[in-house]
Design a protein around this ligand. Structure first.
Ligand SMILES: [Ca+2]
Ligand SMILES: [Ca+2]
Ligand SMILES: [Ca+2]
Ligand SMILES: [Ca+2]
Length: 371
């Protein structure tokens, strides 16, 4: 019976694309559908032998007093909410409440970017959950589509993208985060938490590019006087989330986001310089447990898809400096690390299944570069 179920599961995964990345638009009224037009999966590459090294998770220690910590995590649809939560998406597959709680308390982020939260949820629900998990009353959250930005700092109102003219699948969550003045001076942080369209049809690829073009158009507005939003000059920003960067297409949307190259210029305007000094954005490109051996943020050994760095943290590296970064894989930690940080072996696994992680959480510490 179990084998039969597994066969169905494998078949379903093969038909629907990335595990737990259903081929659907993230619009509440849209009926999810299994498509027959998915691009056939690429043949499995010859497995590369990644050396296994166990880590004490020293990257979870705070590097210094003037850094802030980011956590980015595609949690897989509504997995962090209780089983009986009425707003769970129909295709929610697992309960990760306890795991998420341990991860947040071990990582102790100042800013969190989450994807695959039911768009119908009020962001305050996520803030309340983080207050309960951490005991810190300061958590606040904003959301757009399935993207949520939460912070224990404050938000500064008035810095939002005008997205009124765009189809609902294109916008992403944005916010201005008030970095504490005593540590960061007058500089605050603009944050964009994005989820690019999943799956591999030509329509999916086009949607990812349009999402990139829309973001670049809005960032261009934010960085120049006039129109709907003006960031204070040299405001650092993060452009982070699940970019769905696959090896089955050129993933030009990532190149666009790094370089400012808008593809549909008729609709979204001319190219921009995404960093304040006229250069490209930086791509943190962290590695598993900061070991420099493996850079994949998504992995499911039982699926026909290659693992890959689907999730990205882009940043204005003229203003921000990465001083510590890691993709957290709890299955490669020592017993000492479990004791010290209160983590369990399977905290990042998908349904406790070895070799299947879905997405992994990312931890980055940033410092401001003195201007
Ligand atoms: Ca501030
Ligand atoms: Ca402007
Ligand atoms: Ca262009
Ligand atoms: Ca740069």
């Amino acid at each position: 019976m179990k084998k039969y179920f597994l066969l169905i599961l494998v078949f379903t995964v093969a038909c629907t694309g990335k595990n737990a990345e259903p081929v659907i638009e993230i619009v509440p009224t849209y009926t999810p559908q299994i498509t027959a037009t998915a691009v056939p999966p690429t043949p499995l590459p010859t497995p590369t032998l990644v050396p296994v090294e166990y880590s004490d998770a020293e990257f979870l220690d705070f590097p210094d007093a003037v850094s802030f910590r980011l956590m980015d995590y595609n949690i897989n649809w509504d997995s962090i909410f209780p089983d009986d939560d009425l707003q769970n998406m129909g295709y929610r597959e697992i309960n990760r409440q306890d795991e998420f709680s341990r991860l947040v308390n071990a990582i102790q982020p100042d800013i969190i970017c989450l994807q695959e939260i039911n768009p119908a949820r009020k962001p305050q629900q996520i803030a309340d959950m983080l207050i309960e998990i951490t005991g810190d009353e300061n958590w606040k959250a904003v959301s757009e589509r399935d993207n949520v930005i939460a912070t224990r700092f404050d938000f500064i109102e008035g810095y939002i993208f005008d997205i009124s003219n765009y189809p609902p699948e294109l916008p992403q969550a944005v916010s201005m985060i008030d970095l504490p003045d005593e540590k960061f001076g007058e500089t605050d942080l603009f944050a964009i938490c994005a989820h690019f369209k999943a799956a591999g049809t030509s329509s999916d690829i086009k949607t990812r590019q349009r999402q990139a073009d829309v973001l670049l158009n809005r960032i261009g507005d934010a960085m120049t006087p006039g129109d709907s939003i003006d960031l204070p000059i040299n405001t650092p920003y993060l452009l982070m989330g699940d970019f769905n960067v696959y090896d089955t297409d050129p993933a030009y949307h990532l190149t666009s986001m790094i370089t400012g190259d808008i593809v549909d210029e008729d609709r979204y305007g001319g190219d921009i310089s995404p960093d304040w000094d006229g250069t490209d954005l930086g791509d943190v490109y962290p590695s598993i447990n900061n070991q420099g051996l493996d850079w994949d943020t998504w992995r499911d050994d039982g699926s026909p898809y290659s693992s890959g760095a689907l999730d990205r943290i882009l940043y204005t590296d003229s203003i921000l400096k990465v001083i510590n970064s890691a993709i957290l894989d709890t299955t490669l930690l020592t017993d000492e690390a479990f004791d010290k940080y209160g983590l369990d072996f399977g905290d990042v696994l998908f349904a406790s299944e070895l070799g299947n992680y879905d997405h992994l959480p990312i931890v980055i510490d940033f410092e401001l570069i003195a201007q």
